[in-house]
Design a protein around this ligand. Structure first.
Ligand code: ZN
Ligand code: ZN
Length: 331
């Protein structure tokens, strides 16, 4: 099995996982063009990809999704709520501003008054005005079409290709194992401020690899999912001091620190020291913040945690990068 981290961080995440027969992409958080470039640079063949799997709908995980899936003609695996959230994100709003709404109401009123005037011209004094207005309005007269056309600018811009179109969509459920080719995949729920976020464990040919980034903390189900893993891509997002003193507004700092934000170097180190079973040949630290972390701080925290367990010294630590792919990790 092979893991190639193409990008990791708040400006885009994407990782290729492959067995000898099957190849999947986890998240597509860079433009299609950049993803293709990085795959080529890392020796991954995009035409070998069988599917794209999405962890959650944040932009740094889906930025190139639609274009890439359509270009390669491959299915996209989401949970249903994540798919819906993604579609909602890409669907232009058709709501009107208050001024547009008032204008719309005024034009409808005028159309109704015209209809009433036309009806009252008929020699039938007994007919109820509003009734004839309603009859008039319900028939498809050219005037109605004109109205519809006048309303057009308020709605979505004219026909572009549908950005939510995907060649095929498959749904999975967190906690329920499924397979793509000869890779068994177990998605697990993670605590993060998205609709239905998840991490993944991939198993094939006796090797297990996991992707666990974008979590506010390490709940028991994630600790349980990350047992017996050979290659572990694990978040180590921020240094607590750098985040507190850093440039983010207070509200964003609160979000990152919250239980649905991101794992700090300290939280990751605590997991490694107290809950990790030590089986991984490689631990890849990922989703490092560019503003609130330094690669050497993330590495130091993880190494210190592992040093407290001499049996874990065989674990090699790698750092995933935002700007360039990591060399493929093959087991
Ligand atoms: Zn993210
Ligand atoms: Zn996220």
């Amino acid at each position: 099995m092979r893991m190639t981290v193409l990008a990791s961080g708040s400006k885009g995440n994407s990782t290729v996982i492959s067995s000898s027969k099957t190849c999947v992409l986890v998240d597509a958080g860079l433009s299609c063009r950049e993803l293709m470039k990085r795959m080529a640079g890392a020796g991954e063949d995009p035409s070998r990809l069988d599917a794209i799997l999405i962890t959650h709908e944040h932009q740094d995980h889906v930025a190139g999704l639609g274009v890439l899936a359509r270009k390669l003609g491959i299915p996209v695996y989401f949970t249903e709520p994540t798919h819906r959230a993604w579609v909602r994100m890409l669907t232009p709003r058709t709501t009107m501003s208050y001024a547009q709404w008032m204008d719309h109401v005024q034009r409808e009123k005028e159309a109704r008054a015209n209809a009433v005037a036309a009806a009252s011209g008929e020699p039938e004094p007994g007919i109820c005005d509003s009734m004839s207005a309603a009859v008039e309005a319900s028939s498809a007269t050219p005037c109605d079409e004109d109205d519809a056309e006048e309303m057009e600018p308020v709605k979505a811009a004219p026909k572009k290709p549908d950005p939510t179109y995907l060649p095929a969509v498959e749904y999975f459920h967190s906690g329920r194992q499924f397979s793509i080719g000869d890779i068994e995949i177990t998605p697990f729920t993670i605590p993060h401020d998205a609709t239905d976020p998840c991490g993944f464990v991939f198993a094939s040919e006796g090797v297990r690899m996991a992707v666990a980034t974008d979590l506010g903390y390490m709940p028991p189900n994630v600790k349980a999912a990350l047992k017996r893993i050979d290659v572990l891509l694990l978040e180590s997002n921020h240094d607590l001091e750098m985040l507190k003193d850093g440039p983010y507004p207070w509200s964003v700092k609160q979000r990152v620190l919250s239980r649905v934000g991101h794992l700090s170097n300290l939280a990751t180190a605590e997991f490694l020291e107290h809950d990790y079973d030590g089986t991984a040949t490689y631990i890849v630290l990922g989703h490092l913040s560019e503003s609130n972390n330094a690669p050497e701080l993330a590495r130091l925290a993880a190494e210190q945690a592992l040093m407290n367990h001499p049996s874990l010294l065989g674990n090699r630590i790698l750092l995933a990068e935002q700007l360039a792919p990591l060399s493929p990790i093959t087991l």
